[in-house]
Write a protein that binds this ligand. Structure first.
Ligand SMILES: [Fe+2]
Length: 260
């Protein structure tokens, strides 16, 4: 199975991901080694540190794709942004400075501030969904607001959001608590895709193949295929099916048999 990565900081020299072209090409080779065939390039957009206007990302993506071709690296890349939630988001959409995950402007990779789910998030989600936009929440398992109250994720999915889990979260790179929450989100059917959020070769690597192997082991091949198909559907602007979602607080506790 060839994998699709919808969240990745490999575009060189534009944020805290790949520093330069040689590093970006090396990361691209690492992605291909993981069987990744398509990557949505998602530099940080207006997160307080980086700007990455739409027009610049499109230009840089074209140049990077040519670099990949020139270096015989079989990877197809698309322009995107990791869109940070701010009060200016609707204006940025109106100003045509936002890149969606698909060319039809349906799916939006949306990152909340790491330490909270802001008060105005629900209102913003309503504004987006009423315009036909489906927010794909970037790594909710790493957000302190969802960590404190995981059932809020259920409410956001009910409101029309999807959720993108980070492959390395599932493998424990961000610690046991993040790993456990990722596992619960998957069990509750509130996780829809894996993406790498790869930044470098140290902590924040691709680890997509390992995550898919673990998903296959824990939930079966059909679930792993569904995750990858969901990523394809998002990239193509097609429907993503919402299954039987549960609140994390409603998940059954593990039962221990045979103790007495
Ligand atoms: Fe990211």
């Amino acid at each position: 199975m060839k994998l699709i990565d919808l969240h990745c900081h490999i575009l060189p020299g534009v944020d805290d991901g790949a520093k330069d072209r040689p590093m970006a090409l090396e990361m691209a080779r690492a992605a291909v080694d993981q069987d990744i065939s398509h990557i949505l390039l998602t530099p940080h957009h207006m997160d307080g540190h980086y700007t990455n206007h739409k027009i610049d990302v499109i230009k840089n993506t074209g140049a990077f794709q040519q670099d990949l071709i020139d270096n015989d690296i079989p990877l197809k890349v698309f322009p995107g942004q990791e869109v940070h939630l701010t009060g200016d988001l609707l204006k940025a959409i109106f100003d045509d400075d936002i890149l969606f995950m698909d060319s039809g402007n349906r799916y939006l990779l949306l990152e909340f501030p790491h330490n909270e789910v802001p008060e105005y998030a629900e209102n913003m989600i309503f504004e987006l969904t009423s315009r036909g936009v489906t927010p794909v929440l970037a790594h909710p398992e790493r957000n302190q607001g969802f960590q404190k109250d995981p059932d809020r994720l259920y409410s956001f999915v009910e409101m029309g959001c999807l959720a993108q889990l980070t492959s390395s979260s599932y493998l424990g790179v961000f610690g046991k608590d993040v790993q456990t929450l990722t596992e619960k989100i998957i069990k509750a059917n509130l996780g829809f895709v894996f993406a790498s959020d790869a930044h470098n070769f140290k902590g924040r690597r691709f680890m997509m193949r390992e995550a898919f192997d673990k998903l296959t082991e824990q939930h079966g091949a059909a679930t792993a295929e569904r995750f990858n198909q969901n990523a394809k559907n998002i990239l193509n602007g097609d429907d993503v099916e919402i299954g039987d979602i549960k609140r994390i607080s409603e998940l059954k506790k593990k039962k221990f048999f045979g103790l007495f």
